[in-house]
Write a protein that binds this ligand. Structure first.
Ligand code: BGC
Length: 486
């Protein structure tokens, strides 16, 4: 017979982790603070933690723009056989290269994923960009594309000040990357130089023609399928959002009020809290995660909600419960006291268990932590603590989305999203939908929509823009057209 749950011990564990539970009042305070930071960012105030970068993308795809696109005489590009759209994506632990080949109305996608070794993520920028160039060249050679001039769209998912479609200066690294000599430099220029260094003798001619953040790519991809989409959200390794803002509400907008009077803002909200504004809800586990990170004191909001960190928050919480002799009778399981050993995907797995069914929790314990002796109380403590960590993350991201929706004051808005945590966690999306609904102004509605292929397919055709007038209009027309074709 299974022993019953030790309610006293469970209550003690819940008491020790109680700060992980956020009530709605706290969430509303988070919203108030985040809005203030966004407003500072839009004024270009030096003290702003949320930078609210201008993307210069002024519209989202629509049927009308596709018409314009065709009217501009671009049909020949889209329909010419074997025209190649080319796309590279750096943002997490992998580097992805994707190519679109168009034949008439058919589009063929080929993509390869290359690992970025840990020692390259941290160190001289030259090594990183040389590695990216090597991967690109490998792809080009594999597909027998040498000697062709290939326009390339580059999704670079880090905070950048953008100076145009193909020029972006890195402000800081995030998500486990740290190549300090790149900060302050134009990453497009660095990539072009690396391609030249590595590909010069091999007849490789890649032209990096556009750079976008993954949030912008996601917004554009989703907007093509649903014209009410005005927000792009990523909850994966990192977390960030972009949205369409009125020019009148952007103090730092450089006085050009031509139509359309709007622009996509890349909020870079992951940095929220690095001036102490989130200290009122941060726990000892958050502080430990931050102290042990590559970038202490930075990306505080991101560190409370995203896939790279939430496993580590849970690990810190479980370690402290073991140390308090509340969990596993004080016996530390093998591997649990090793940093970053509890991955976000284990959280998704544990959160799949419903009350008093622990199949997945047991699986994670046995498979990943070599722990086979546990009580039902241990299992319930782990299940509840896990749910607290992930539910708090979803609530905080919801507060961020609600700030944006309330600010836009649209009757109905679609939030396009992507990112492994939000995609694969069994309840994150549902929790977000419930919480956002609660936090937005009355009479507003919203939907959330998964971007089928991240910013991938869209960004591939961004690279075609060189054949058009070099205008932002072309950028989004092309993205729209791409979704249509694929
Ligand atoms: C980066 C953002 C990016 C987000 C999601 C963050 O760490 O700063 O630029 O959009 O991760 O990939």
């Amino acid at each position: 017979m299974i022993a019953p749950i030790d309610e006293k011990l469970l209550a003690k564990a819940n008491q020790l982790t109680k700060e992980l539970v956020l009530d709605n009042d706290k969430l509303r305070t988070v919203m108030e603070f985040l809005l203030k930071e966004c407003e500072l960012g839009l004024r270009d105030d030096e003290a702003a933690t949320v930078k609210m970068f201008l993307t210069y993308v002024r519209n989202v795809p629509s049927g009308k723009e596709q018409g314009q696109f065709l009217a501009l005489g671009r049909l020949d590009i889209i329909l010419s056989p074997r025209f190649l759209g080319f796309y590279a994506d750096l943002g997490g632990t992998n580097f992805r290269v994707l190519m679109i080949t168009l034949k008439g109305d058919d589009a063929k996608l080929d993509s390869d994923i290359y690992a970025i070794p840990q020692e390259i993520m941290v160190g001289p920028g030259k090594n990183l960009f040389d590695h990216i160039a090597d991967c690109l060249i490998n792809f080009i050679v594999k597909h027998k594309l040498e000697s062709k001039k290939l326009p390339l769209g580059f999704t670079f998912s880090f905070p950048c000040v953008q100076y145009g479609l193909a020029s972006a200066k890195l402000v800081t690294w995030t998500k486990g990357f740290d190549c300090p000599d790149v900060v302050g430099y134009d990453v497009v220029k660095l990539l072009k130089e690396a391609i030249k260094r590595k590909g010069g003798k091999k007849n490789i001619f890649v032209d990096v023609v556009a750079i976008i953040n993954d949030t912008t790519g996601t917004l554009m991809s989703c907007a093509h399928r649903n014209r009410e989409c005005r927000v792009g959200l990523i909850v994966g390794t990192g977390c960030n959002a972009c949205y369409m803002e009125d020019l009148q509400k952007i103090e730092k907008w450089p006085a050009n009020y031509t139509e359309p009077k709007q622009v996509i803002i890349n909020t870079e909200w992951g940095a929220f809290g690095c001036n102490g504004m989130l200290d009122f809800i941060r726990t000892e586990y958050d502080r430990k995660v931050d102290e042990n990170s590559l970038n202490p004191g930075r990306q505080i909001y991101e560190k409370m909600v995203s896939g790279m960190y939430i496993g580590e928050i849970l690990r810190q919480a479980l370690v402290s419960l073991v140390n308090a002799k509340v969990l596993f009778d004080g016996q530390m399981p093998k591997n649990l006291d090793q940093k970053y050993n509890l991955l976000a995907k284990y959280i998704s797995r544990i959160d799949t268990d419903v009350y008093k069914s622990y199949t997945n929790t047991k699986y994670v314990l046995e498979k990943h932590f070599a722990k086979s002796n546990y009580t039902v109380t241990d299992l319930e403590i782990i299940r509840e603590t896990t749910r607290r960590v992930s539910h708090r993350a979803a609530s905080l991201v919801s507060a961020g989305c609600a700030v944006i929706l309330n600010r836009m004051e649209r009757k109905h808005t679609v939030i396009g999203y992507d990112g492994s945590l939000l995609r694969y966690h069994p309840h994150y999306r549902k929790w977000m939908e419930e919480k956002i609904k609660y936090l937005i102004k009355p009479n507003m509605t919203f939907d959330v929509m998964l971007s089928e292929d991240g910013s991938g397919r869209g960004a591939a055709l961004v690279s075609l823009y060189t054949k058009c007038n070099k205008s932002i209009l072309c950028l989004h027309s092309l993205i729209g057209r791409c979704r249509f074709l694929c």
